[in-house]
Ligand binder design. Structure first.
Ligand SMILES: *Cc1c(COP(=O)(O)O)cnc(C)c1O
Length: 393
């Protein structure tokens, strides 16, 4: 009976760091800046739209690709924000697929497009579900590290990571956890490599509306990319309803059909009453999106100042919910060790980034002193956390 219970492809993927750190927050009563969810809900009128949808009987299976109104709203949203970049609309009937959050979109896309043994090149540190889903698909993960202080993309490293076995690039911009927003130059270089090596690309753009410095440019708008790119977004991050789990994919009809094939056997459909509400949310005026980014920028600034005052090295993020720090100035050298002690030391929970890096000496060296803090919290909470952290030195 020597065979382990857990499928060997999932070796090393026991429990996520978020479970461990959130449990620590619960038992110690510490302020949880570990997991990335807002502590206030999104727009009231959108919440009310869910209540209305429940009462109006949107309570059975929605159509497989998502309700038409939501698919239309997704296509309109892309035109409104990115139409000026490439002028090409997505067809709501064939080029849009609603998913159970971005998480299912990532899983369905990787399971659909990766064959056992295919290499998938991804930016390190990784969002944790990438490693798990690449493994479930039988793919081989190849990391390209983003390094502090700038986390700029090293194009030579990306080029060197591509081999004849590479099938797909997995991109994430704005990037969790570093807060890096890929520039047009970086994206152009990625696009050239993808075209040259005939690679598919999955691009996770869930933080598309949370850019504080610079501009979010969808990779699919670059020359040669529309036909090879699966773009993933999420209502959870854009409208502060992370528990609703409504995400979507935009891609060519062929790519959407491929992703739909796996998606239909993962969940089939989900979120009936949330879908009409998200359609309405996507049509909110520009002022909503501007206000949301401005609000989150202010929160970033509060936490960045607090962390600097506490003596950490702070890498100011250009986007997302997160700020990456280096704990070395506080006399620590291992982020995991630091995060396990932090609740007791000062009543704050954070997440060690080394768990988002490969288990190689080179990657671990970069990741070891890095710790991520979330700032998608009320300002009073961020200020209280900053005061507590200030007691560390
Ligand atoms: C939160 C997050 C997701 C998951 O989004 P859901 O819509 O909640 O499934 C995917 N990618 C990144 C980078 C994220 O931060």
């Amino acid at each position: 009976m020597g065979r382990p219970l857990l499928n060997r492809r999932l070796d090393g993927l026991g429990t996520t760091i978020f479970a461990e750190m959130s449990a620590l927050a619960a038992t110690t009563g510490a302020i949880n800046l570990g997991q990335g969810f807002p502590d206030t809900d999104g727009p009231e009128e959108i919440r009310e739209a869910v209540v209305a949808a429940l009462r109006d009987g949107h309570n059975q299976y929605p159509p497989g690709p998502g309700i038409p109104d939501l698919r239309h709203a997704i296509a309109e949203h892309r035109q409104r924000f990115y139409g000026h970049l490439d002028g090409r609309a997505y067809d709501p009937d064939t080029e849009v697929l609603v998913t159970t959050g971005a998480t299912e979109a990532i899983a369905a896309a990787l399971l659909a497009l990766v064959e056992p043994g295919d290499e998938v090149v991804a930016l390190e540190p990784y969002y944790d579900s990438y490693a798990a889903c690449i493994a479930m698909a039988g793919g081989v993960r190849v990391g390209v590290p983003l390094r502090p202080p700038t986390f700029d993309l090293d194009i030579d490293a990306l080029r060197a990571a591509i081999t004849p076995r590479t099938r797909l690039l997995m991109l994430n911009t704005p990037h969790n956890p570093t807060g890096k927003v890929l520039t047009r130059e970086e994206l152009t270089a990625v696009a050239q490599l993808a075209v040259e090596h005939d690679l598919l690309v999955i691009t996770d753009e869930v933080y598309e509306h949370l850019v504080f410095d610079g501009e979010h440019i969808p990779l699919a708008t670059l020359p040669g990319m529309r036909e090879r790119t699966v773009t993933i977004s999420s209502a959870g991050k854009t409208f502060s309803f992370t528990g609703w789990k409504i995400g979507w994919v935009c891609a060519t009809p062929e790519l959407v059909a491929a992703v739909r094939t796996t998606k239909q056997f993962l969940t089939y459909v989900s979120g009936g009453p949330f879908q009409p509400a998200v359609a309405r949310a996507l049509r909110l005026p520009d002022s909503y999106y501007e206000g949301f980014a401005a609000d989150m920028r202010a929160k970033r600034d509060v936490l960045v100042s607090g962390l600097e005052a506490a003596g950490l090295t702070v890498y100011r993020p250009q986007g997302t919910y997160f700020v990456t720090t280096d704990i070395t100035p506080l006399g620590f050298d291992d982020g995991l060790d630091f995060c396990r002690k932090l609740p007791e030391l000062c009543g704050v929970v954070a997440v060690p980034e080394k768990v988002f890096f490969d288990d190689t000496p080179e990657s671990q060296k970069i990741g070891r002193p890095l710790v991520r803090f979330a700032f998608c919290k009320r300002e009073v909470v961020l200020r209280e956390a900053a005061e507590r952290l200030a007691t560390l030195h």
